[in-house]
Ligand binder design. Structure first.
Ligand SMILES: *Cc1c(COP(=O)(O)O)cnc(C)c1O
Length: 359
C-alpha cells in the first residue's frame, strides 16, 4: 500500500465561520506571495502533555504576552505545501504526509511535541476544504499552506517550553516564482553542520540566513549556495531549495547522509521522476571544486533548485571566488517542472500516489 493511501482518522474540530468573507476583494491574477491570507485558520494548543482546543476560526490577530518563549529562545518550526484544484474542481494536496513526518522530525530536534497524524491531517483537509474557493485555478497558481508551531509558555527562564500552539493558515499564490536564480557560494557564512539544526525546518535557520542573503543581494545575487563550514567545499543547498547539478550525463544532488540539509519533498519527488525517466542520478557529496572543474571543462550542463515555492528553478549564475559560472536554462529542469506541474494538476497520470484528494 502506498503511504499516501492510509486512511486518516477524523478528529473533532470546532468550526466558527467568518461572517464576512474577504474573497471578493482579492485579485487572484495579481497577488504577491503571502500578501493576503484566506478566510480561516486552524489553531490548537498543547499543554498538560496533549493537544487541545482544535478549532477553525476566522483568520485574524492572535494575542500573547511578551514573555512567551518562542520570541526569546526560538522554539518555532514550520512547514510549507501547496493545494491545487484539478480541472474537475477537486482540491488536492501534494504528498502532505511527508510534510507531517517532517514537522515531527523538526519538532523532535527542537524539543517540541509531535503532532499526531490524525490531528495534522484533519486540520489540513478541513481547512483547505472550507477555503477551497481560495485555491486559484489559473495555471501555475495554487494555495500555499503554512502549518507552524511555536512555544507559548509564559516563562522567561531557559528550558524547553511545555506550552505550544499549532496553527495552519493559507495564502493564495498567483503564479510560479520559478524565475531563474543567481546564487553565491560563500566561504564565510555557514548555514548548517552535522549536529546542528540544518535538517529541521526551524524558524531560526532562516533568521540566521537573512544577513548573508541581504549581502548577496547587494552584489547582484538572489540567494546563497551554502557550503560546509569546515572546508567550505561540500555543497549543501540554496536558502530555500535543494540543489541539483547536471555534470556530463549524470545528475548529482547532495546526500542527506551528512545531516546538514533539509529533506525536501520536491527533492525526493524529482529524484524519483528522474530515475524513472532513466537518468543516472547520484545522491552523494558534491563539492564546489567538482562543480567548478566541470564548468571549466564544459561539462556542467545545467543546475537547478527544487522546493515547494518555486517547484524547479533553473540556476543561471553561480558566483564563487569572485567569478561567475554562467549556465544555460536547462532541458532537465524544464522537463521536471512541467512533469511535476502536470501531476499536481491531474493532467499527467500520478503513478506514485502523490496526489492527495481533499474531500
Ligand atoms: C522547505 C525547504 C526546502 C524545500 O523543501 P520542499 O519540501 O521541497 O518544499 C529546501 N531547503 C530548505 C532550507 C527549506 O526550508
Amino acid at each position: 500500500m502506498l503511504m499516501e493511501d492510509v486512511m486518516i482518522q477524523e478528529r473533532p474540530i470546532n468550526v466558527t465561520r467568518t461572517s464576512r468573507s474577504r474573497i471578493t476583494e482579492v485579485d487572484f491574477d495579481n497577488i504577491a506571495f503571502g500578501e493576503v491570507c484566506a478566510d480561516h485558520m486552524f489553531t490548537s494548543d498543547y499543554y498538560d502533555g496533549a493537544w487541545h482546543d482544535e478549532q477553525i476560526i476566522p483568520y485574524g490577530e492572535i494575542s500573547f504576552v511578551p514573555s512567551i518563549s518562542a520570541l526569546h529562545y526560538g522554539q518555532s518550526i514550520f512547514e510549507g505545501m501547496k493545494a491545487y484544484r484539478h480541472d474537475d474542481g477537486h482540491p488536492t494536496l501534494f504528498r502532505p504526509l511527508m510534510n507531517h513526518q517532517r514537522i515531527n522530525r523538526s519538532a523532535q530536534r527542537m524539543a517540541m511535541p509531535e503532532i499526531p497524524e490524525s490531528l495534522f491531517m484533519s486540520a489540513l483537509t478541513r481547512l483547505v476544504s472550507m477555503d477551497r474557493d481560495w485555491i486559484p485555478t489559473r495555471d501555475g497558481a495554487s494555495l500555499y499552506v503554512r502549518p507552524f508551531m511555536f512555544a507559548t509558555e509564559e516563562y522567561v527562564g531557559i528550558r524547553p517550553a511545555t506550552h505550544f500552539r499549532f496553527i495552519i493558515f493559507t495564502t493564495p499564490v498567483s503564479k510560479y516564482y520559478s524565475d531563474p536564480v543567481k546564487v553565491l557560494a560563500s566561504e564565510y557564512y555557514v548555514r548548517a553542520f552535522r549536529g546542528g539544526t540544518g535538517t529541521a525546518k526551524a524558524a531560526g535557520n532562516y533568521g540566521a540566513s537573512m544577513l548573508p542573503m541581504m549581502k548577496a543581494r547587494e552584489i547582484g545575487y538572489d540567494q546563497m549556495l551554502w557550503l560546509d563550514g569546515r572546508n567550505f567545499d561540500i555543497i549543501q543547498e540554496i536558502g530555500t531549495m535543494n540543489v541539483f547539478f547536471v555534470i556530463g550525463d549524470t545528475i548529482v544532488t547532495p546526500t542527506l547522509a551528512n545531516e546538514d540539509i533539509l529533506d525536501g519533498v520536491t527533492r525526493d519527488s524529482c529524484i524519483q521522476l528522474l530515475r524513472d525517466e532513466g537518468h543516472r542520478l547520484e545522491e552523494r557529496e558534491v563539492t564546489i571544486t567538482e562543480v567548478h572543474r566541470a564548468y571549466q571543462e564544459g561539462n556542467l550542463r545545467e543546475a537547478f533548485g527544487t522546493g515547494t515555492a518555486a517547484t524547479v528553478a533553473p540556476i543561471t549564475t553561480i558566483g564563487y571566488r569572485g567569478e561567475d559560472m554562467i549556465l544555460p536554462l536547462g532541458r532537465i529542469a524544464d522537463w521536471l517542472k512541467n512533469t511535476l506541474h502536470g501531476i499536481k494538476r491531474g493532467r499527467i497520470k500520478d503513478q506514485y500516489g502523490w496526489v492527495y484528494k481533499v474531500n
